[in-house]
Design a protein around this ligand. Structure first.
Ligand code: SAM
Length: 311
């Protein structure tokens, strides 16, 4: 495959998924090699209008997730004029595009270690909404009191359920629990709310590098759900031009399918994602003192799960 060929990509993926499970990891590696390599943009390093992440936010799985978050946020913003909302991990600001109104007044505090982490949100914020950037990882940040928190597709970047689990594999610092405790403290004073989105898959430090279960879990999420969703978009989205589809193929190759290689080869510290399944998230949210008001999958591939929480 030298060019983006939607039909061939779909056929190859379907053939791979029809193989016995034990043969699928090698077939994923072969499909990665067959897909065209493009200029290098390491995943999750750029969030501007030409970035791979921007292209990801145009995939159906991301669009339905952001739409589900807008539906939760809009009435909550209306209920608190002059709101202060913390967004953990600003990405390209896609959530706020179509959510904020020209007459909104308030403040969005973006907590993101990336130097451009708040730029995407700034680009779409109306004049009455101030955007402030705390350039730090959320697990270490000092956070102001807030009416609400949005934490979407970020906590899986933090290895380990908590400090203790990290220490057990030689990693220093805070884990997901400590990040959630900071966020809970931020909303507690104002009896605020929090929206969390993450995938439903366990691939955290409880599974060692190379563990067959880790590889199969990543296949379940990143190939059987995520890759299938991306390929369906490639085949059916008439609003996507050739350039966008080429970006989607890049995401398929370098992020989605690549997770299987990382599961087999990367050390604890070098793994790209550290996700939890729904049961593990519920246990961790309970430990952090966050109550679940509602929760649901936001897409029909059952990839991303949304939790609406209170302190
Ligand atoms: C996958 S994007 C998600 C963006 C956005 N929240 C969304 O739902 O589209 C991850 C974002 O989280 C930021 N990030 C990564 N690790 C983080 C951490 N430990 N604390 C806060 N933000 C982090 C990245 O720089 C990036 O902006």
């Amino acid at each position: 495959m030298n060019d983006v060929d939607d039909v061939q990509v779909e056929r190859s993926l379907n053939a791979l998924l029809a193989l016995p499970r034990s043969e699928q990891p090698a077939a994923v590696e072969a499909l990665c090699c067959a897909l065209p390599a493009a200029e290098e943009e390491p995943w999750n390093t750029a969030f501007g209008p030409t970035s791979l992440y921007h292209a990801f936010t145009r995939c159906s799985v991301a669009q339905t997730l952001h739409a589900a978050n807008r539906a939760v946020l809009r009435p909550r913003l209306d209920a608190r004029p002059g709101f202060r909302v913390i967004e953990v991990g600003g990405g390209n600001g896609a959530l706020w595009d179509g959510l904020l109104r020209t007459d909104d007044h308030g403040e969005i505090v973006v907590v993101d270690p990336h130097p451009d982490g708040a730029d995407g949100v700034r680009r779409v914020a109306p004049p009455g909404v101030r955007v402030r950037h705390i350039q730090a990882p959320v697990e270490d940040a000092d956070l102001p009191d807030a009416d609400g928190v949005v934490c979407s597709l970020v906590l899986h970047h933090i290895a380990g359920a908590d400090r203790a689990q990290r220490a057990g594999v030689g990693l220093a610092g805070n884990g997901k629990l400590e990040a959630l405790q900071h966020l809970r403290a931020a909303i507690a004073a104002r009896s605020g709310w929090m929206v969390l989105n993450e995938a439903d898959i366990y691939c955290d430090l409880g599974l060692a590098p190379g563990d067959a279960l880790l590889i199969d879990r990543l296949l379940d999420s990143y190939v059987r759900r995520c890759a299938v969703a991306i390929v369906e978009d490639l085949r059916t989205r008439t609003d996507a031009d050739a350039a966008l589809k080429a970006r989607w193929v890049q995401i398929l190759r370098d992020w989605s399918l690549a997770q299987v290689h990382l599961a087999g080869n990367a050390s604890y510290a070098a793994r790209d994602v550290y996700e939890l399944d729904v049961v593990s998230w519920l246990a961790l949210l309970d430990r952090a003192g966050l109550a679940v008001e509602s929760r649901r999958f936001t897409d029909r591939w059952m990839l991303f799960h949304q939790y609406v929480l209170t302190a």
